[in-house]
Design a protein around this ligand. Structure first.
Ligand code: PLP
Length: 390
């Protein structure tokens, strides 16, 4: 990753002087919402002109996003949340109750609840205790002739090894669905996440790398899948129809998953600085990778060719409560984010075998901040405090 200090500092200065932030409780919060000043007037104009629902700003956001991450905009489907993106991916696949899906237990319930709601049979694979991502050896064991999809989460922005996963499912009729809610700007072999799986689901929820209030993007490998997803996004009706759209027949029943113009304006404005922000996340994450040296702390393993987007920085600690207290005392927010899903009643039946990697990760994993609001001096302070922990 190339990192230009000048650009970084100019960007941070611009953000400090021009923009407003939510007020954090901690000196170094785990998350922060970026609010470009340019948003206010644009939203006001859209409100005054009545252009509130899905419209030209939604189309522009979809196009600008695809351009920023080198994607074909015909494959991108803008929706109102990451959960909606996942729901559409499962729906486009036409999964049936008799089908099986292998998924990760270490994630936000949003990954698995749409499957639960559609009564699709899910099997939790164990996760790798050193990454938080799917343990591919265990995935191999769970595959059978009913397996139709594997849902893989890029935990904290560290890509799961899609290239290896592809090899495992070679010649099988199994699709890869990537939950990339944490992984905007992450790469495998120099290609952005969004270019590898069959369906890739991003989230623009409040605390992600960028936000549109709520929002999400489904990226489909096949344009035909994206076309179907676009129809399902809005009641099964095509928005491209010339004339009164409601006169079209509805042959597949859909959802109301579109992102409105107001949220899209926020998304468009956020996109303008997303690359420099992601670079700061990456700089800070790499800094901790190189500089944490404490035998009580274990770092996440990263495979050759992968580039994390370091949404947050997960570490494995000997004693979670002790470490959390120590970091919080030093003004550094340190906490869990999502919890293993098999702790929830609705998902208990998805646990089909022991999950020792998940047990370990759950017991030892905590997160510290590395986001765009943390500058060079501050990241070195965070590293220093981690190294001083006894
Ligand atoms: C891993 C993961 N998947 C999916 C989601 C759902 O995204 P959204 O809140 O945009 O629906 C989230 C978080 O919100 C998440 O952390």
């Amino acid at each position: 990753m190339s990192y230009k200090q000048n650009n970084l500092e100019i960007e941070q200065l611009k953000m400090k002087t021009k923009d407003k932030f939510s007020i954090p409780k901690f000196k170094f919060p785990l998350f922060k919402v970026y609010c470009p000043r340019s948003i206010g007037k644009k939203i006001e104009n859209a409100m005054k002109s009545g252009e509130v629902s899905e419209g030209r700003f939604s189309q522009k956001f979809e196009k600008d996003f695809s351009k920023a991450f080198n994607l074909n905009d015909k494959k991108c489907v803008l929706v109102n949340s990451g959960t909606s993106a996942l729901t559409l991916a499962y729906r486009v696949m036409n999964l049936k109750e008799s089908d099986e899906v292998i998924s990760s237990p270490m994630t936000c319930p949003a990954t698995n609840e749409p499957l639960f709601n559609s009564k699709i049979k899910v099997k939790f694979a164990d996760i790798d205790k050193n990454t938080g991502n799917l343990n591919l050896e265990h995935v191999k064991k769970l595959i059978n002739k009913r397996t139709r999809a594997i849902v893989t989460v890029h935990w904290a922005g560290q890509p799961s090894d899609i290239i290896k996963l592809r090899k495992i499912i070679k010649n099988k009729n199994i699709k890869i669905i990537e939950d990339a809610a944490h992984a905007l700007g992450a790469k495998i072999n120099n290609k952005y996440i969004g270019h590898h799986g069959d369906f890739i689901c991003f989230s623009f929820q409040a605390i992600k790398h960028m936000t549109s209030g709520d929002g999400g993007m489904l990226v489909c490998k096949k344009i035909s899948d994206a076309n179907l997803a676009k129809k399902l996004r809005w009641f099964g009706i095509s928005r491209d129809f010339i004339g009164n759209k409601w006169k079209q027949d509805i042959k597949v029943s859909g959802y109301k998953f579109h992102l409105n113009n107001l949220s899209s304006i926020i998304g468009i404005e956020q996109l303008k600085t997303i690359k420099s922000k992601i670079n700061i996340h990456k700089y800070n994450g790499l800094y901790l990778d190189k500089n944490i040296k404490n035998e009580k702390i274990k770092l996440i393993t990263r495979f050759e060719g992968s580039e994390s987007s370091y949404w947050i920085y997960s570490i494995l600690v000997d004693n979670k409560n002790k470490f959390r207290k120590y970091m919080n005392f030093n003004g550094i927010r340190c906490d869990e984010v999502s919890f293993r899903n098999d702790r929830y009643t609705i998902f208990k039946k998805y646990k089909v075998s022991p999950l020792p990697g998940t047990d370990f990760f759950d017991k030892h994993m905590l997160n510290v901040p590395v986001g765009w609001w943390i500058n060079r001096n501050q990241i070195s302070y965070i590293a220093q405090k981690i190294n001083e922990y006894k």
